[in-house]
Design a binder for this molecule. Structure first.
Ligand SMILES: *[C@@H]1O[C@H](CO)[C@@H](O)[C@H](O)[C@H]1NC(C)=O
Ligand SMILES: *[C@@H]1O[C@H](CO)[C@@H](O)[C@H](O)[C@H]1NC(C)=O
Ligand SMILES: *[C@@H]1O[C@H](CO)[C@@H](O)[C@H](O)[C@H]1NC(C)=O
Ligand SMILES: *[C@@H]1O[C@H](CO)[C@@H](O)[C@H](O)[C@H]1NC(C)=O
Length: 482
């Protein structure tokens, strides 16, 4: 089995799953020293398989050694699928990285992922340019960076993983870069929301969705047109209509401990509270929920005057959604309705095929016809659920909709070991990554377990006897630890 390349030389700390949510400012002592440095190569550049490619490889990173003492670890993270501007706080004690740095006297680095922000190797995001945008190249980038960067701090030219301990952290996709099962047909996402959201709101959303599914599959033109009016969404394609209804529910993953904060609960309050009185677990019932849901969705999403097809439709290949290069959202849509027989808060019209069709618009040169993702191959390459890696810490949240794609999925029974601990709290998506979420004691417990594991692992760390030549990018594919 090919494990992530970092195994053996890095400690890995993986937490949560997909799109990273920004949180508000926590109680931070003072701004860190954040020199902005370009990591770029002036040599002719080869890709990780040894092929020569045009000059590229400017990857931005941010670094602080505020808490560093010689012998301390280097803590590396990437915000993943985002422009890294604005993520400087990941260097600080607002995040788990800063907490580790303070505990262990380490230095922290935020590295922008290639193909995001200003770390693009090419001028555009064409299919041709994106050919190096693969999981393996991203992992190789992290290794290459660690072995080649000269950090602008005292002794910073002597802290590669051959000399110093490195800790790779990440939440969401960035956590997945260390270890993650990939799934298609991921209806578990909304199933977790359904289970953990307020039960009255869940009951009403289920009622609305099952009614809408009934109407849109009925071929009853009059009924269909009425329901479009209720939602003020004159969408041509009914699956687009069904998908638009899920928009309010995606806000769940941005919640953390502070539930009074956010769109999701305002949506539920609107559905459930009438004249100051909230409905019981059974909800307010279909009629009320349908009217409120109908009036709630479109104005904040589309604004007035934008035709619904332009704002919420997915069938126009020339739409900016498919052509704009600054659209990090687009890789994160492998989420669908539950199968028949399982209650659902998202329409069953949303199937893998609905999403796969859109790939042909995003990447017409690569996909002439809808194509299922190579989930099995990815899991085989990176271990999927069965990944084995020493010093890999999984921090998961019960209420994280991505949990069912982690080792803490319902129906799995992976054991937590001292070398591969699994800690689960009541958190949402990436809750454990942010220091302020320690206001939830279960999240604080996960964070403390992570910090204790790192402390223990570092106390017995010795420099590896690794003979690979990591300076040579062409060799990196040969240096993967088996
Ligand atoms: C918040 O910051 C203030 C001022 O630096 C400090 O006195 C206080 O202990 C901090 N509180 C927490 C919970 O860190
Ligand atoms: C929770 O969010 C509300 C609304 O944004 C805010 O007023 C309150 O201070 C927050 N509470 C905590 C503990 O962060
Ligand atoms: C009902 O809805 C209200 C408002 O959103 C919520 O505060 C309450 O917890 C819900 N109650 C139940 C039993 O689901
Ligand atoms: C490394 O990549 C080259 C070029 O793609 C390939 O020929 C070679 O077999 C690879 N080596 C390993 C060990 O995978």
């Amino acid at each position: 089995m090919v494990a992530p390349v970092l195994v053996g030389t890095f400690f890995l700390l993986a937490t949560g799953a997909a799109a990273v949510g920004r949180t508000s400012k926590g109680n931070i002592s003072r701004p860190p020293v954040v020199p902005k440095i370009l990591f770029s190569s002036t040599e002719p550049v080869t890709d990780h398989n040894g092929a020569e490619i045009p000059p590229y490889n400017t990857q931005r990173y941010w670094h602080t050694w505020e808490f560093y003492e010689p012998g301390g670890p280097i803590i590396l993270t990437t915000p993943g699928e985002e422009n890294a501007d604005g993520y400087e706080f990941l260097l600080t004690d607002q995040s788990i990285n800063g907490l580790i740095a303070q505990q262990q006297h380490g230095a922290t680095i935020v590295l922008e992922h290639r193909y995001y922000g200003y770390s693009n190797p090419y001028i555009d995001l064409s299919t041709e340019s994106l050919r190096y945008h693969t999981i393996q190249q991203a992992i190789d980038d992290l290794e290459y960076f660690a072995y080649n960067v000269e950090l602008a701090m005292p002794g910073g030219n002597n802290v590669t993983p051959a000399d110093a301990s490195w800790i790779l952290t990440g939440c969401s996709y960035a956590g997945a870069l260390t270890s993650f099962p990939k799934v298609n047909d991921y209806w578990g996402y909304f199933d977790i929301v359904r289970q953990f959201m307020p039960q009255n709101c869940s009951a009403d959303v289920q009622a609305v969705i099952s009614y809408i599914d009934e109407v849109v599959t009925s071929n009853d033109a009059a009924q269909i047109s009425t329901i479009k009016e209720v939602f003020n969404m004159d969408l041509t394609h009914l699956d687009d209509f069904a998908y638009a209804l899920a928009r309010s529910l995606y806000y769940w993953q941005d919640l953390h401990g502070n539930l009074s904060n956010g769109y999701f609960y305002s949506f539920c309050d609107a559905l459930e509270v009438v004249d100051g009185v909230a409905a019981g677990a059974e909800g307010q019932g279909l009629d009320h929920a349908l009217q409120v849901f109908g009036s709630w969705l479109v104005p904040p999403v589309c604004g007035s005057g934008t035709p619904a097809d332009e704002c919420l439709g997915t069938y126009d290949p020339t739409s900016y959604v498919y052509t704009d290069i600054n659209n990090a959202e687009r890789s994160w849509m492998w989420i669908d309705g539950a199968p028949e027989g399982v209650p659902t808060i998202v329409s069953r019209l949303i199937t893998p095929a609905y999403i796969e069709r859109q790939c042909t618009y995003y990447f017409p040169e690569a996909f002439s016809a809808p194509t299922a993702p190579r989930v099995d191959a990815t899991n085989a390459a990176y271990g999927g659920w069965f990944v084995q890696a020493d010093r890999l810490f999984f921090a998961n949240g019960k209420r994280d909709p991505w949990r069912d794609a982690t080792v803490s999925a319902d129906g799995t029974d992976f054991s937590s070991t001292s070398m591969q601990p699994i800690a689960v709290g009541d958190g949402f998506h990436c809750s454990d990554y942010y220091a302020q979420n320690a206001q939830d004691p279960t999240v604080a417990a996960v964070q403390n377990r992570g910090l204790a594991a790192i402390k223990e692992w570092l106390s017995s760390w010795t420099p590896p006897t690794d003979t690979c030549d990591h300076k040579d990018q062409g060799d990196i594919n040969g240096s993967i630890h088996k």
